[in-house]
Design a protein around this ligand. Structure first.
Ligand code: BG6
Length: 496
């Protein structure tokens, strides 16, 4: 990971420029970078999409969607360009090539290009191939790089991810490709590395001898919003577990890397992912729970059932909740259950990793006390209330010897005053500077699909992993509790 610097001269080409992701994430990230002086003066954006906009219409949107932009942003937007066209039409790419040359001449972008695929996934491969056909997969005259940033989802199962990768690799080399997982841009996710590898106290206990179980929770209180159509073909396993959960899991459980650069860090993540157990079809059914929310109350608000959301089939079988029992087969983690759960319309938005430690081997305190004592745990709160807490037992003041669970808390907002972003400015900046450390390498994507594929396959069989309903505003279907109770474990109540 490199220190913050200004980007080199370049043209950022956004495919899907009239879409939701550009408006919600990419433009605000650019505003943030512009305001902090991180964009080169020799920088421009070229939007490409099917919507029939002119340059000016795109500029107007860039100013509107990113209302916070200061003077620097406004000056930048004046040079934004827009190419309207179909992704399947050669003319679109001919025109893009012309606009890129004009940008080099007028704005000094120097032949450097970063292409951002913010389109719907089915056209990823088509755009990459069309760029290569036009010779846009190499830098323009005098340039040093041409890179491709690809959004998620990267495939919808192992085979389609491999096919997509083949197609993309025919057009761009792996060192040109920057696959986004926005969780890697989150400060608290990166802080897992700092916690583990910048401190001496945690590493000795970070293994099966001390850790009894790991729980990773990615809970959302929102439903599918206006993305019902997309979500119907995804589901929680593809939408969250294959990418975000696997990244968090890899960083939490991997071996210490010998360097924090793209190669060393990603080598260790892949090694860890390769050690995650791959279940047989029966095991996959046995170790997973899939759920779907019914109507309920979240916060104070009555919300409809998933099946009543816009764009969702009335008999939809898509899971909005999934819980898995995973394991990591290596010396450090053998036998330690790694419980993972994610869901929409749960009571709160909270992402956390909880390392739960073994109980003491012998309890010198008697009776009721023994039952009250909770095992120690270290909780990494990814969001919100970003921070870390350590839970341990302390004596309750008084004549009796009673022990109660208390916690030591570190809160980001108390220690630092930097505002937390959604990760996009950081990732976009890294891609433009050519630092691939926080991006997902081809072998990581592949391995993550190898892990989740057996669940998808098992669930698609008759009788494989039925769908369990839960009321919106609850912590998922009851049967997910049984997944843990079988081993004498239970879900933590996440820290809110
Ligand atoms: C996206 C998923 O990748 O992550 C969404 O497609 C989900 O369904 C979102 O809501 C969660 O991101 P965050 O940053 O809010 O945790």
């Amino acid at each position: 990971m490199r220190p913050r610097e200004q980007t080199p001269p370049l043209a950022l080409v956004i495919f899907g420029a009239s879409g939701d992701l550009t408006a919600r994430k990419i433009l605000p990230a650019l505003v943030d970078l512009a305001d902090r002086g991180r964009l080169s003066d020799r920088f421009t954006v070229i939007g490409v999409a099917r919507t029939e906009w002119t340059d000016d219409e795109f500029r107007k949107v860039a100013l509107q969607d990113a209302t916070a932009g200061g003077e620097r942003w406004q000056r930048l937007v004046e040079r934004f360009r827009y190419v309207a066209g179909e992704y399947s039409a050669t003319e679109t790419f001919d025109r893009l090539k012309e606009v890129l040359s004009e940008a080099d001449e007028q704005y000094g972008t120097g032949g450097n290009r970063v292409y951002y695929l913010a389109t719907i996934p089915p056209v990823f491969a088509m755009v990459a191939e069309a760029l290569a056909k036009e010779g846009c997969n190499v830098p323009g005259p005098g340039g040093e790089f041409a890179r491709l940033v690809v959004e998620k989802p990267y495939g919808r199962d192992l085979q389609s991810a491999l096919d997509l990768d083949d197609a993309v690799h025919r057009a761009f080399g792996e060192d040109q490709i920057f696959r986004i997982d926005h969780y890697m841009g989150k400060e608290t996710v990166q802080n897992v590395l700092a916690l583990r590898f910048a401190n001496a106290v945690f590493e000795p206990i970070w293994n099966r001898r001390y850790v009894e179980q790991v729980q990773i929770t990615v809970a959302e209180s929102l439903g599918v919003e206006h993305r019902g159509g997309f979500y119907e073909s995804a589901g929680a396993l593809r939408d969250i577990v294959q990418n975000h959960v696997m990244q968090v899991l890899a960083l939490t459980l991997m071996e210490p890397p010998t360097g924090m650069d793209a190669t060393h860090l990603r080598d260790e993540k892949v090694k860890l992912l390769k050690a995650v157990d791959i279940p047989t079809p029966d095991e996959a059914v046995d170790r997973s729970v899939r759920g779907q929310y019914g109507a309920g109350v979240v916060g104070q608000e009555a919300v409809p059932a998933y099946r009543d959301e816009e764009g969702v089939a009335a008999d939809s079988q898509t899971e909005t909740y999934v819980a898995l029992r995973l394991g990591v087969e290596n010396w450090r983690w053998a036998g330690v259950p790694v419980y993972v759960r994610t869901g929409k319309r749960l009571p709160a938005r909270v992402t956390e990793v909880a390392m739960q430690f073994h109980r003491v081997p012998f309890l010198a305190f008697e009776g009721e006390l023994a039952r009250q004592l909770r095992p120690n745990s270290l909780v990494l709160r990814i969001q919100p209330n970003e921070g870390i807490s350590l839970h341990f037992g302390a004596k309750v003041p008084g004549e009796e010897f009673r022990v109660q669970s208390v916690s030591m808390d570190f809160l980001y907002e108390n220690a630092f005053h930097e505002r937390e972003s959604d990760g996009y400015p950081r990732l976009l900046h890294d891609a433009m500077c050519g630092d691939a450390t926080l991006f997902i390498r081809t072998d990581e994507v592949e391995q993550a699909w190898r892990i989740v594929d057996p669940y998808l396959a098992a669930w698609s069989q008759p009788g494989g992993g039925g769908l369990h309903f839960y009321n919106a505003g609850t912590w998922g279907p009851h049967i997910a509790d049984l997944l843990l109770e079988r081993s004498g474990d239970s879900w933590r109540t996440p820290e809110l």
